[in-house]
Ligand binder design. Structure first.
Ligand SMILES: [Zn+2]
Length: 133
């Protein structure tokens, strides 16, 4: 998923959040989480290629290993108790959730790509390169 799409959706969520809560902090956090989850693509690229780039094309290329530590379906499950305790952070959770759903739908051909447990068990191998026995 392209960054501009995440920025647009996150901005809309942040505006809605501000409209409903009046909190600049939560609105900013909603936008920040929705956009900057993708910063792990830079880490992924650096660990895979030992280089730094800002090229979106280079950052989104598949490599044999995938170190996308902020993209994980498991974090959604862990967030549920936090949201129950602190419902004020629901927009931040929604921003993360929507970001992940958008990414999942743009990479629907690789089912386990966004499960960090799967990547850890398979030594961070990109699911595209994991051999099925
Ligand atoms: Zn993403």
């Amino acid at each position: 998923m392209r960054s501009i799409h995440h920025q647009i959706i996150s901005l809309i969520l942040a505006i809605l959040c501000y409209w409903r809560t009046g909190s600049i902090f939560i609105s900013f956090l909603t936008f920040f989480i929705g956009v900057f989850i993708d910063i792990d693509h830079g880490l992924d690229y650096y660990l895979g290629c030992r280089k730094i780039t800002l090229s979106p094309t280079e950052l989104s290329k598949d490599r044999e290993k995938s170190y996308l530590i902020f993209h994980a379906v498991e974090y959604i499950l862990f967030s549920v108790p936090i949201i129950i305790i602190f419902p004020y952070y629901l927009p931040v959770f929604l921003s993360y959730f929507i970001h992940l759903v958008m990414d999942c739908f743009s990479n629907v051909n690789i089912l386990f790509r966004y499960f960090i447990a799967y990547r850890i068990v398979n030594n961070w191998k990109n699911p595209k390169y994991v051999e099925v026995v």
